[in-house]
Write a protein that binds this ligand. Structure first.
Ligand code: ZN
Length: 145
């Protein structure tokens, strides 16, 4: 019996938000962030777009997916100021998390630090950009257009 070395794809740990499932497909998401791109996945079968990216389409029960870039602007649907941060973001609080509506998909994330809460208005157009956090982790944030 030979000892098999398990291949571990650990690119995902560069990403600061822990709410994604660590799967190979999602690790590509981090690599795109490194290139400054925020990407979701789209089902080639039915065209449904997913963000955060999924490896499978729950509509088609298939994994025939392709990447698309989150570009253009989305409408601010809702936001909330956090007093307690998830692991890795403790030094950042308070900050706002928000949901942008891009039409056929929605993006959940945080508002850029340089954008005060008093400037936020439900329905305003915002864009999503890839960022590198001070601790070196990759993420994305919403900023004004
Ligand atoms: Zn589908």
């Amino acid at each position: 019996m030979g000892k098999k070395k398990k291949e571990v794809d650990d690119r995902f740990k560069k990403f600061g938000v822990v709410s994604f499932t660590a799967i190979t497909k999602v690790n590509d998401f981090v690599e795109y962030l490194e290139q400054g791109k925020v990407m979701g996945t789209q089902c080639k079968g039915c065209g449904r777009k997913y963000f955060p990216p999924r490896a499978d389409c729950f509509q088609c029960l298939d994994s025939n997916m392709q990447w698309f870039e989150v570009s253009g602007t989305g409408k601010l649907l809702t936001y909330s100021q956090l007093q307690y941060a998830p692991l890795g973001f403790e030094a950042d609080i308070p900050y706002c998390i928000a949901l942008l509506d891009y039409g056929d998909y929605k993006v959940f994330g945080r508002i850029a630090k340089d954008l005060p809460e008093s400037d936020l208005k439900i329905g305003m157009e915002m864009k999503t950009r890839a960022i590198k956090l001070p601790n070196g982790q990759l993420s994305y944030e919403f900023t004004r257009v």
